[in-house]
Design a protein around this ligand. Structure first.
Ligand code: ADP
Length: 484
């Protein structure tokens, strides 16, 4: 079987969040299971310079995007047996400072950019010397690809077009554009209706996939249930309920070759569940690096995030303001996003220089050191499709404190659910009070070295690898192709 994956981000070439990690790890795991995998993704600015081994394929093409004929070409990299990455070069669309936006402003031509990517993926699938039997598309940027493929299949222009699978990594981002953007699909207007991509008088990329992909997945079993409700469905719960039987939740995994505590060049000290001394040494190094007093006795909490409403970082700031004057703890934050939240955390660091350290920005290596150096990891998300950082924390022995939602509830075990296997702390309500309660619980736990060791070793030895999840995807691919 040959599977074509299409995504707007791919680690280590481009990344704004968990999508990049998930697609890279899935591609690798499926190819390691013996299948051929081709990944289609944009050639963004800087990728070619950083990876000179990426070579043009000598396959220039022109694609219609509305009235324009837009030229592009594929560049290729074969990082491991069975796995090829085809980068789509279109400098006008992808040679820019950001992936989707600059500052807080989305690029005004995102509809054209990602329709171009979708059409390039379709071209690659159609004319590949060994055509894929399945196209697996990810998130709203590729939301209209299942619709384009379905159109080609039913109108007879591509009768043996592959089946399509679409994965929702985050339902909150839907790719919503004015109706006029439909022209960039170059499909007839009769295909723009409520059971395709029309939604409240606008074009909705994600909705197109929800109706027209052959199968739908999302990134945790609990989120698959949640998004069929009005509380989490972001206005698309009606469509999702209609397709409930075609929707599967498969938890993302962790790429342990990347996220490991031994032989990791980003870390100052190696350690693992059997040799935990290095964990303490990483804590001291992190305290130095972030300008906090070095103190093994004080519990150190961390967070690495896009600073958005989803991640509940405002709850962290509220809870810290309440707790810090009377509770001995330290907190480090690495993140960027909402300027109001950025300012709020900078202010907290100024007010509590002995307790709070903040780095605004994106720093992949520091992310590893925070996971390794902290005792607890805070993830108070209002909703969380899967979440990767709580899983990285488990692996790095930083005990996650999570809201009981989505993939957080599916991956972290609270002692009230299973005392023997407990590896984290859950709290229910998305409020600062509930988070405060959980942080206080952690502070108490920290005074009990036996309990901390139990939680830590449970987390570090949990199997969150991709091999199990890849088997679930392969089963799904077979069901889509041959029926359950
Ligand atoms: P989401 O995809 O919703 O942002 P996830 O937890 O699924 O959240 O994945 C986030 C990924 O992005 C993790 O790999 C995390 O370490 C990384 N990340 C987020 N913000 C930063 C940052 N400021 N610096 C470095 N890595 C970051």
């Amino acid at each position: 079987m040959h599977v074509l994956l299409a995504a707007s981000e791919l680690h280590p070439f481009s990344k704004t969040g968990g999508l990049a990690d998930a697609v890279a790890a899935l591609g690798l795991a499926v190819s390691q299971a013996g299948f051929r995998v081709t990944v289609i993704t944009p050639l963004y600015r800087g990728i070619q310079a950083k990876y000179p081994e990426i070579r043009p394929m000598g396959w220039p093409f022109d694609l219609r995007v509305g009235p324009e004929l837009v030229s592009g070409q594929f560049h290729r990299l074969d990082p491991s047996p069975g796995l090829s990455i085809w980068f789509v070069e279109q400098s006008g669309f992808f040679d820019r400072r950001g992936l989707y936006n600059e500052g807080q402003r989305d690029y005004p031509d995102n509809a054209q950019r990602f329709l171009f990517l979708s059409k390039a993926a379709m071209l690659a699938a159609r004319y590949h010397p060994e055509p894929p039997s399945l196209i697996h598309c990810h998130d709203w940027q590729l939301g209209l690809l299942p619709l384009l493929v379905h159109h080609a299949r039913v109108t007879g222009s591509w009768p043996d077009a592959p089946r399509t699978v679409f994965t929702i990594h985050n339902l909150a981002y839907q790719g919503v554009f004015p109706v006029e953007s439909w022209q960039y699909t170059n499909l007839p207007w009769s295909w723009f209706h409520l059971e395709s991509a029309a939604h409240h008088g606008r074009l909705n990329f994600l909705k197109g996939a929800l109706y027209l992909a052959d199968a739908l997945t999302t990134v945790s079993p609990r989120y698959a249930q949640e998004i069929c409700t009005s509380e989490y469905g972001c206005g698309l719960e009606g469509v999702l309920r209609r397709r409930e039987h075609d929707l599967t939740g498969i938890l993302n995994g962790v790429d342990y070759s990347e996220w490991n505590t031994n032989a990791n060049p980003a870390l100052n000290h190696a350690y693992d569940a059997q040799h935990l001394a290095g964990k303490g040494a990483n804590k001291a190094s992190l305290q130095v690096e972030m300008g906090l007093p070095v103190d093994p006795e004080i519990p150190l909490f961390g967070n690495i995030s896009r600073l958005t409403d989803q991640k509940g970082c405002d709850l962290i700031a509220d809870a810290l303001e309440e707790l810090l004057p009377r509770t001995p703890l330290q907190f480090v934050l690495l993140g960027s996003g909402d300027p109001v939240l950025e300012a709020r955390f900078r202010e907290l660091a100024k007010r509590f220089p002995e307790n709070v350290a903040v780095k605004i920005g994106f720093d992949a290596r520091l992310a590893h050191r925070i996971e390794a150096g902290t005792d607890f990891y805070l993830m108070p998300s209002r909703f969380e499709p899967c979440g990767l950082n709580q899983m990285y924390s488990l692996r790095y022995g930083s005990i996650p404190i999570v809201r009981h939602t989505g993939g957080l509830a599916d991956s972290v075990i609270d002692p009230r659910d299973d005392a023997d296997r407990a590896n984290g702390i859950h709290f229910q309500e998305p409020t600062a009070e509930a988070l405060e309660w959980a942080i206080q619980k952690a502070v108490v736990l920290y005074r009990d070295p036996v309990a901390i060791h139990h939680f830590r070793v449970n987390g570090m030895s949990a199997d969150l690898s991709w091999s199990k999840q890849a088997a679930d995807y392969l089963r799904l691919y077979r069901d889509v192709l041959h029926g359950p």
